[in-house]
Ligand binder design. Structure first.
Ligand code: SAH
Length: 245
């Protein structure tokens, strides 16, 4: 029996955004460890697996990472096919790299399966093309929440000329705004704040850099949400500003 752990991206929420490979891995799984941002609807693809919720909102208040590591190891050493299902992509703010290294060091075979990350899906669901030709020369995925509590280099990020997609930013809107404005990004830079991207309860709040904090408060923006900051965020809004009026 070969011990194997699949680290699988479940995408942003809409079950139709799963990859075929994710579906195959779930179909083979005997044990599925599921994160809090995974839409439980995707579990229809693993009807025979034992499902264990290991996310903060999934049952345990906050399952320590070390415990998750040990759970994966224990089941893999029992020869079980283990799928660790993560929201979005396992390697975009998903600890996929850490978990893969930890398991590999212990001789466990690991296979990573991409998922569609929330930042890309959220933009697309709102009609925003993150690298629209002639408008943005690239895209930067960045978290507002760093491991050591330090602030990302917003000043430097303001100067990249790329669209910024900010993860885990809802509780740091003021720092994002202040840092980017101090870095020279104009106050009228378009901002789209997208909550529950790709799920039926998706909401989008269009604003700009100067007004993003007040607009988010009026909109009662909640996590999980991503921020898209840059000229492309003014494009093709389906509900531009009407939701916050
Ligand atoms: N690995 C995930 C990211 C996990 S970090 C991925 O690739 O998408 C958690 C952050 O992701 C949240 O704070 C939020 O910023 C973002 N996020 C995850 N799912 C989301 C969703 N459906 N809508 C909007 N943002 C989401």
């Amino acid at each position: 029996m070969s011990a194997k752990v699949w680290l699988v991206g479940a995408g942003p929420g809409d079950p139709e955004l799963l990859t075929l490979k994710a579906v195959r891995a779930m179909g083979e799984a005997q044990v599925v460890l599921i994160d809090d941002l995974v839409n439980p609807a995707v579990l229809e693809h693993c009807p025979n697996a034992q499902v264990i919720a290991v996310g903060k909102r999934g049952g345990c208040r906050s399952t320590p990472q070390a415990f998750i590591h040990r759970l994966m190891l224990r089941y893999a050493r029992q020869g079980k096919c283990v799928v660790r299902l993560k929201g979005g992509d396992p390697c975009i703010f998903g600890r996929g790299g850490e978990e893969a290294e930890w398991l590999a060091e212990r001789g466990i075979e690991v296979e990573l399966v991409n998922g569609i990350t929330a930042g890309l899906a959220g933009a697309t669901q709102c009609g925003i093309s993150l690298t629209q030709r002639g408008v943005a020369r690239g895209v930067t995925l960045v978290t507002a929440h760093t491991l050591d509590g330090s602030s990302p280099e917003w000043h430097a990020l303001a100067k990249t000329g790329t669209t910024l997609v900010v993860y885990m930013g809802v509780s740091s809107l003021q720092q994002v705004q202040a840092g980017l404005m101090e870095g020279g990004l104009p106050v009228n830079t378009p901002v789209a704040m997208i909550e529950n991207a790709s799920l039926p309860q998706q909401r989008e709040c269009r604003s700009d850099l100067g007004a993003m904090c007040t607009d988010a408060a009026r909109f009662q923006l909640k996590s999980p949400a991503i921020l898209v900051i840059g000229e492309v965020a003014a494009k093709a809004g389906s509900q531009v500003l009407s939701q916050i009026a």
